[in-house]
Design a protein around this ligand. Structure first.
Ligand code: G3P
Ligand code: CA
Length: 275
């Protein structure tokens, strides 16, 4: 996010190195750091007792050996589940070749539910700068709770109020402009990324919702409308693209000069970029 980095595409590990290890587990994030990822992407949700955990789906059914909505389960109940189970492994996406690294969890913590707090500790201990791209999933309890808890937790790590958006090691992403607005209202210098699965007609000229300065289009948008990336850049926005796993899509992102590639396979993308 610094100016010095502007010409180097940032490689962001989507749900950790989620092609090599079960998504959103400590194992997947350790691997991403080891692989040299510049940043880690994670989705956050609130448990019934108010903890932020890194889980993508509303329910834990797909990624663990348990069942139920995250918002209906307490942290202790989630901690009893295995997120490195067969199901989560079967959900690894886009594996195109035999891995040269075998997933072997060493510690129960590697595959238990991951709190955002534990992930921030891992990053703090990484021994190098590793940025965080934290996505707020839709709050299920009452408006503003996820964002409020997120900023409180970031405060404990001294990350809630960066000196400038350009140099922040943390950014908040969401498909919800309202969620990003809440974050900016509480922390005006926190960089925010507006995620897009499609481009709404009122944003086609490259504008973003008020207060947001980073665009997060899907790779499908980029493939189908490369000129839109140009428009975003002309409007002065950074462009962070998800989820980029195919080599030809990496090439396209390079050609278009995007700022960040969010990928399940950070090592392969870094190799392709010659890093
Ligand atoms: O990084 C953005 C991307 O993660 C958004 O989609 O469904 O994977 O959270 P999803
Ligand atoms: Ca996400």
């Amino acid at each position: 996010m610094t100016h010095a980095r502007q010409h180097q595409i940032q490689v962001v590990a989507h749900r950790g190195a989620s092609e090599d290890a079960p998504e959103h587990t400590l194992a997947a994030y350790k691997k991403a750091i080891e692989d040299g990822a510049d940043a880690l992407e994670c989705d956050v949700r609130l448990t019934a007792d108010g903890h932020l955990v890194c889980v993508h789906d509303r329910r834990v059914n797909r990624t663990s050996n348990g069942r139920g909505a995250v918002s209906a389960l307490e942290l202790a109940e989630l901690a009893a589940l295995d997120f490195g189970s067969r199901k989560n492994r079967d959900s690894w996406k886009n594996r195109t070749e035999e891995p040269d690294w075998e997933f072997r969890p060493e510690d129960p913590e590697d595959t238990s539910v991951l709190t955002l707090e534990r992930l921030l500790e891992l990053v703090a201990d990484a021994g190098r700068r590793v940025e965080m791209a934290i996505e707020t999933k839709h709050p299920t309890r009452w408006a503003g709770q996820v964002e409020e808890r997120l900023l409180l937790l970031l405060k404990r790590f001294g990350l809630e109020a960066p000196a400038s958006a350009d140099d922040s090691p943390v950014r908040v992403m969401s498909f919800s402009a309202r969620s990003l607005h809440r974050v900016r209202a509480a922390s005006p210098t926190m960089p925010t990324v507006y995620l897009m699965q499609f481009v709404s007609p009122r944003l086609r000229d490259g504008r973003l919702p008020a207060g947001v300065h980073i665009a997060g289009p899907s790779i499908r948008i980029v493939r189908n409308h490369p000129a839109y990336v140009e428009r975003l850049k002309r409007a002065g926005h950074q462009v962070h693209v998800w989820t980029v796993n195919e080599p030809q899509d990496v090439d396209l992102c390079v050609e278009l000069g995007v700022d960040a590639i969010i990928t399940n396979r950070p090592r392969a993308v870094l190799d392709q970029l010659g890093r």
